[in-house]
Design a protein around this ligand. Structure first.
Ligand SMILES: NC(=O)C1=CN([C@@H]2O[C@H](COP(=O)(O)OP(=O)(O)OC[C@H]3O[C@@H](n4cnc5c(N)ncnc54)[C@H](O)[C@@H]3O)[C@@H](O)[C@H]2O)C=CC1
Ligand SMILES: O=C([O-])CC(=O)C(=O)O
Length: 320
């Protein structure tokens, strides 16, 4: 059987890390694409030279030509600009929207059958715009945010309860911004809901509230520490988990920015919801029951995403 082909659009911090992880896991042959000449080629050569040391078999090439993504099975998009301290993700909208137009057109012309995972911020608006520009079916274009936000939530919960992260399951709904909704009620340690653990006296509501707040600001915390850009190891690991779910037809249930068409009472936009990912792409949006507070939180988050979509349409009339 021919190897799968993974195209990574954007060869920056996340793109390079994605390439390394995809090669280590032998997900397929890898094309690293970037507009900057030399960078994808240099990173591809450097990463190829990890092969003999780490023992992986993957052909890694760098390119500045969209033709080289032809026939890709999976495309992960990180092209664009990352924020710096003092900026919000939304400040990136104008510049990254132009990038999504170029990337969407490149995908449409060269790899229209790929499963596309968008990571570029502001995520929920950029994945929507990328889908519009590419013209791919909605179930084949998805945004990565919830897997990362849930990983942060799980890490903080594991720390608080002093348990292995392997036993922690959490998820975060809504847009990938300060209004995201970490759902405490469905967060568990090996099946035991966090609210029950609080009732058992193993933590306090104040501590859980502080963890929810820290999760919401998780991206900004790292931006402030790094000073030069944003998180990239966990974002790359999260994108790879989604790619593996598709390539392996794993039917995983993951929180992702998916197109909603009536689910959760929302229409015509991308927002973070639990979905099932398998060989059919986003095979299902899972509608879980939310309590009134989480429902209200999700609506606030959806309204924030809608504002960003209106801004996109203002900038790029072809999207209106
Ligand atoms: N969805 C999420 O959870 C997360 C999203 N992000 C976002 O991911 C994006 C990438 O982050 P990093 O890799 O850290 O940034 P980076 O600056 O290291 O890399 C971005 C790369 O995109 C390239 N690029 C710019 N315009 C392009 C174009 N038109 N076509 C192809 N490549 C182009 C740049 O040359 C650069 O190599 C940012 O927008 C960032 O905000 C970052 C972390 C998490
Ligand atoms: O915070 C940022 O700008 C990057 C990002 O989306 C994250 O790390 O969650």
């Amino acid at each position: 059987m021919a190897r799968k082909k993974i195209a990574l659009i954007g060869a920056g911090n996340i793109g390079g890390t994605l390439a390394h992880l995809a090669a280590q896991k032998e997900l397929g042959d890898i094309v690293l694409f970037d507009v900057v000449e030399g960078v994808p080629q240099g990173k591809a050569l450097d990463l190829s030279q990890c092969g003999p040391v780490e023992g992986f078999d993957a052909k890694i090439t760098g390119s500045n030509d969209y033709k080289d993504i032809a026939g890709a099975d999976v495309i992960i998009v990180t092209a664009g600009v990352a924020r710096k301290p003092g900026m919000s993700r939304d400040d990136l909208l104008g510049i990254n929207l132009k990038v999504m137009k170029a990337v969407g057109e490149g995908i449409k012309a060269n790899a229209p059958n790929a499963f596309v995972i968008c990571i570029t911020n502001p995520l929920d608006a950029m994945v929507w715009a990328l889908r519009e520009f590419s013209g791919l079916p909605h179930h084949m274009v998805v945004g990565m945010a919830g897997v990362l936000d849930s990983a942060r939530f799980s890490h903080f919960i594991a720390d608080e309860f002093k348990v292995s992260v392997r036993d922690v399951n959490t998820f975060v709904l809504g847009g990938h911004g300060d209004t995201m909704v970490p759902v405490v009620r469905y967060s568990t340690i090996n099946g035991i809901p966090v609210p029950d653990l609080v009732k058992m006296g193993l933590s306090s509501q104040d501590k859980i509230d502080a963890i929810v707040k820290r999760t919401r600001g998780g991206g900004g915390e790292i931006v402030a520490l790094l000073g030069t850009g944003s998180a990239f190891y966990a974002p790359a690991a999260s994108g790879i988990a989604m790619a593996e779910a598709y390539l392996g037809d794993q039917k995983r249930i993951l929180p992702c920015a998916a197109y909603v068409d009536g689910q959760y009472g929302q229409n015509g936009l991308y927002v973070g919801v639990p979905v099932q990912i398998g060989a059919g792409g986003v095979e299902k949006v899972i509608e879980i029951e939310l309590d009134e507070a989480d429902k209200a939180g999700l609506q606030v988050s959806v309204d924030a995403v809608k504002e960003l979509l209106a801004a996109c349409k203002g900038i790029e009339p072809s999207l209106a």
